[in-house]
Design a protein around this ligand. Structure first.
Ligand code: NDP
Length: 296
């Protein structure tokens, strides 16, 4: 666990941070692999749009060298970093303090280096919800939501979805015990007692239908079709795959069932915009950047 779990609310955190500095500020995204990351392009576009002076680069950390990499960046004067696969959990354990939403997610995708302290935040959940509610204009309120997957990405969006008051949230996962654990934690916390939260195995979804179906598994990477009943999509359902840059078997299956289909590119840009706001105190406009990134 982090040494001081301060659990900042995000506006308090912004007020505690130093104002943007005069010199060019250095940021990075740390991962392994990292060559594919679009974050430098997105943040360069945000910086140009908002006239912020910053540099943003990709850093490949050795699989056993995440904390050393972070310490090197701090000693070189970097002021923040994004964290991606496979280091989000390690980042959670490394930081000195956490925002509330990083604490809820159990993972960190945004680091702030402030006065020799490392603060950990998580912007994945807010980016995901913003993409669905603002960019796709679909509300979660009173909807039946199916969350497929119980890895870091699913954990990251769980609380933000519940905070939008769906009527039902079902979590399903190949390893059912992980989905059951997520439900158990939500029930123990007791913050969302108005939402019915359950976990089911893939097979047990045969007689259920959902208005929003989210694929938070990594099956898109391997072109694997999830063994889900095709009947899970309610009429006019949204099928959202967090994967981006390719049409996944999940997206193809959902389209053939008549669902509206979206990929995770909007989430990628929105989580970056939220990190940019945390670091710089300025909120970029994401619409034009989304078009640039999609055209890459
Ligand atoms: P994790 O490795 O933490 O979790 C992987 C999940 O996928 C687990 O639930 C795992 O199930 C499931 N899974 C893997 N292979 C299979 C399979 N063959 N059949 C069924 N289920 C499978 O990954 P993350 O949660 O970090 O990432 C998940 C996806 O979300 C990735 O594609 C990633 O790119 C994307 N993502 C997108 C973001 C964006 O901004 N658009 C941000 C973050 C993630 P089990 O538990 O049984 O192993």
């Amino acid at each position: 666990m982090p040494k001081q779990a301060a659990k900042y609310k995000i506006n308090e955190l912004r007020m505690n941070l130093a104002m943007p500095i005069e010199r060019v500020a250095q940021y990075a995204v740390i991962g392994n692999p990292i060559a594919h990351s679009k974050s430098p392009i997105i943040h360069a576009a945000f910086a140009a749009q908002t006239s912020q002076m910053l540099e943003f680069e990709r850093i490949l950390a050795p699989l056993d060298g995440f904390s050393e990499t972070v310490n090197q960046l701090i000693s070189q004067g970097y002021v923040g970093a994004n964290v991606t696969i496979p280091f989000k959990l390690e980042a959670f354990n490394l930081v000195d303090s956490l925002t509330e939403r990083a604490s809820d997610a159990g993972a960190v995708n945004t680091l702030i280096f402030n006065h020799n302290q490392i603060i950990g935040d998580n912007t994945d959940g807010v980016g995901f919800v913003h993409d669905i509610t603002h960019n796709l204009n679909i509300s979660f309120a009173n909807k039946r939501v199916l969350l497929i997957g119980a890895g870091g990405a699913a954990e990251g969006v769980l609380h933000p979805i519940l905070a939008c008051s769906p009527s039902l949230l079902v979590i399903t996962n190949r390893s059912l015990d992980k989905a059951l654990n997520m439900v158990k934690k939500v029930k123990i916390q007791g913050d969302y007692h108005m939402v019915s939260v359950n976990a089911y195995a893939f097979d047990d979804l045969r007689h259920q239908q959902f208005d929003i179906v989210i694929n938070a598994t990594s099956t898109g990477l391997t072109d694997t079709l999830l063994p889900l009943p095709i009947t899970i999509f309610a009429p006019k359902a949204l099928a959202y795959d967090m994967m981006y840059g390719r049409d996944t078997p999940f997206m193809m299956q959902a389209r053939s069932a008549g669902a509206q289909v979206a990929d995770g590119l909007g989430m990628l840009v929105e989580q970056a915009a939220e990190a940019f706001y945390v670091w710089r105190g300025v909120r970029p406009n994401t619409q034009s950047i989304m078009q640039i990134v999609r055209a890459l």
